[in-house]
Design a protein around this ligand. Sequence first.
Ligand SMILES: [Zn+2]
Ligand SMILES: [Zn+2]
Length: 155
Amino acid sequence: MSGEWNLPWEGACRCGQVRIRVSAPPLLTMACHCRGCQRMSASAFSLSAAIPGEGFAVTQGDPVIGGLHGIHRHFFCPHCMSWMFTRPHGVEFVNLRATMLDDASWCVPFIETCTEERLPWATTPAMHSFGKFPPMTDYAGLVAQYAEKGSRPAP
Ligand SMILES: [Zn+2]
Ligand SMILES: [Zn+2]
C-alpha cells in the first residue's frame, strides 16, 4: 500500500539550491557506523533510506561527486557541500541521506551496519545489527520485513 507512505516527499540540501523528490517507498532504512560515514557525515553515523532508482529525482540544482570519487558515487550540493545521496555501484537504488527530507522525523533506522566501528555510546533502535554489512543473501528478507514493519510518515 503505497498510500500509507504519503508520497511524494520533497527534500533539499542545507542551503536549498539542490532539491530532490521521492516518489517510491524506501526499500530499507539504515544507520551506518563505519568510519567513512562518520567522517563524511561529520557525525556518529549516517542515516539513509534506500530509494528505488525510478522513484528518486533531482528536481533543482546540479549535485556534484564528492567523497571518495570511486565506483560508489557520493553526491553533494556544489554550494553548501551537504552529502545528499549515494548511487552505489551495480544496484538499482539510491541511498538518500534521510535528513535531506523536509520531514525526516519518521525515519527510524531498520538496520544498522558496521557496528564494529561504532562510537561506544552511539546506539540506535534498529531491529537488526550487523558488525559489518548483511550478507547479500539477507537483503531480500530484510526488504520484505521492512515493507511490513518499517516506520512510516505520520498520516
Ligand atoms: Zn546546498
Ligand atoms: Zn558507512
